[in-house]
Design a protein around this ligand. Structure first.
Ligand code: GLN
Length: 488
């Protein structure tokens, strides 16, 4: 019975089984909690598990369903990345600074999931303040990749990706500032989706770099993503950057596939790939071509500046956002400070980890008088050029395809001493954040026995093309269905 449940871990299948009564929400939640009990200790995907509350909500969901409540996601378990505020439960953001922080309110993402009837099983591990590519900067320890525990699960949403990969939950929320949904999804062999900037409210999501941050989802299938977007997308008056663009239910439109879609490939960017990664990418796009998409060579002349300018803009915004952690209002406070200055210095020194401090220092430097023109403003101009490159490309094509990462999951510890090599992991993903584009990572053929991702980007607000192409690919391949042996 329990293995049956894991085998049909797509939201569509679960929703169907709950509707027909073949499965109750109580059984499903119990199944997930048992798996968390068994597998979470080695994986370390969760920071907090709210089992008791989840079980009582599951019983209530079953009662509602019996009374005819038709919500499709009613009674389905979910986990939230630990940067979404949850009233009454720890929201740590992977940091010692917030290791005692219980938010007095729910993030809009959390609220909307609850309104759809989803049941939260807890909060997932992440890089501290979402800064990282490997989930090794978390105060709560690294997340181990369920495909190979010696490797990283990717970051910063490593907990969400690993939880979905190990079938601890069918779906998890995540956030993406420079690749944090897509990179861990690719490393863990699952589907990750970052919508257009502003599509999903950032209210109650701990801020890292506000002009780049976007909430999204990691799940098994593209169809699951579409269902989640139906629940999460929409204007929120509490987030001034939240978009008012209308949203159409993508589910009835998904079957259209990628027929006659023109998909651009920025060939110059693929030079850095090794043979196996290139082959995986080419195999995945060849499937799209067989499904009648047309592959077109394109150029993104400024793309190679992406990582460099991201690491000017993101730390600049982070240094401003993280100034609120002062030991006074909330979060970590040092013991018996001598005076106010001592309180600030020691609270921040003790509360923040190494990577966060590096970002704050970089950010303050690039914004300081005398350097802002040379670094920050220059980076902003190049950001504009990157956006223009995409705009030009989208005159000719509907989607842009690259691999999600330059390689599959690397070993833990391997890049910790070399931040520049670590930052390069985001070479393909940062561009979408800088340009505000929607994008998806969906599994491509494994590389050296490890998952690898295909990355598709679309013009702003064209989520539907991504879902159509991703769905078509998944209908004709099995890469997204594979489950790591460690979790079986
Ligand atoms: N890996 C990138 C960074 O270290 C992006 C993180 C993210 O998307 N939150 O900043």
């Amino acid at each position: 019975m329990t293995e049956d449940i894991s085998a049909s871990f797509s939201l569509t299948q679960l929703s169907h089984k709950l509707k027909t009564g073949e499965l109750s929400s109580e059984q499903l939640v119990t199944h997930c909690l048992n798996r968390i009990d068994k597998y979470d200790q080695p994986v370390n995907a969760f920071i907090t598990v709210t089992g008791e509350q989840a079980l009582s909500e599951a019983k209530q969901a079953d009662r509602r369903r019996r009374q005819g409540d038709p919500r499709p996601l009613l009674g389905i378990p979910i986990a939230h990345k630990d940067l979404f505020c949850t009233q009454g439960t720890l929201t740590s953001c992977g940091s010692r600074m917030l290791a005692n922080f219980v938010a007095p309110y729910d993030a809009t993402v959390v609220n909307r999931c609850r309104a759809a009837g989803l049941i939260s099983l807890g909060k997932t591990n992440m890089d501290e303040f979402a800064m990282g590519c490997s989930n090794e900067t978390s105060f709560f320890g690294p997340v181990n990749n369920p495909w190979d525990m010696a490797r990283t699960a990717g970051g910063s949403s490593g907990g969400s990706a690993a939880a979905v990969a190990a079938d601890l939950v069918p779906v998890a929320t995540a956030s993406d500032t420079g690749g944090s949904i897509r990179l861990p999804a690719a490393f863990c062999g699952r589907t990750g989706f970052k919508p257009t900037y502003g599509r999903i409210s950032r209210y109650g999501m701990v801020a890292f770099a506000s002009s780049l941050d976007q909430a999204g989802v990691i799940a098994r299938e593209v169809e699951d993503i579409a269902q989640m977007l139906n629940c999460l997308v929409g204007h929120d008056k509490r987030d001034s950057t939240s978009s008012r663009m209308p949203w159409t239910d993508p589910l009835p439109l998904m079957q259209k596939g990628c027929q006659k879609m023109r998909i651009g490939i920025p060939v110059a960017l693929l030079d850095r790939l090794d043979g196996d990664c290139r082959k995986s990418f080419e195999t995945a796009v060849a499937v799209l071509q067989e499904l009648d998409a047309e592959l077109v060579d394109i150029e993104l002349p400024h793309a190679h500046y992406g990582v460099a300018i991201y690491h000017v803009i993101a730390p600049a915004e982070a240094s401003a956002n993280l100034s609120r952690y002062d030991g006074v209002r909330y979060g970590h406070r040092c013991d018996s400070p001598k005076d106010l200055e001592d309180l600030y210095i020691r609270s921040r020194t003790e509360g923040f980890g190494f990577e966060v401090k590096r970002r704050i220092l970089t950010g303050t430097y690039v914004l300081s008088a005398g350097y802002a023109d040379a670094y920050y403003r220059r980076a902003q101009s190049i950001r504009r050029l990157i956006r223009d490159d995409f705009e030009k490309a989208f005159d000719r094509v509907q989607l842009v395809a690259t691999p999600t990462t330059i390689g599959p999951a690397f070993k833990k510890g391997e890049k910790l001493q070399d931040p520049v090599a670590m930052y390069q992991q985001d070479a393909f993903t940062v561009l979408a954040n800088l340009a505000g584009l929607p994008c998806i990572s969906t599994p491509a053929p494994p590389v050296a026995g490890l998952p690898y991702g295909l990355h598709l980007q679309a013009r702003p607000f064209d989520e539907i093309s991504l879902l159509q192409a991703g769905h078509a690919l998944q209908q004709h391949t099995q890469w997204h269905r594979q489950t790591p042996e460690t979790a079986t």
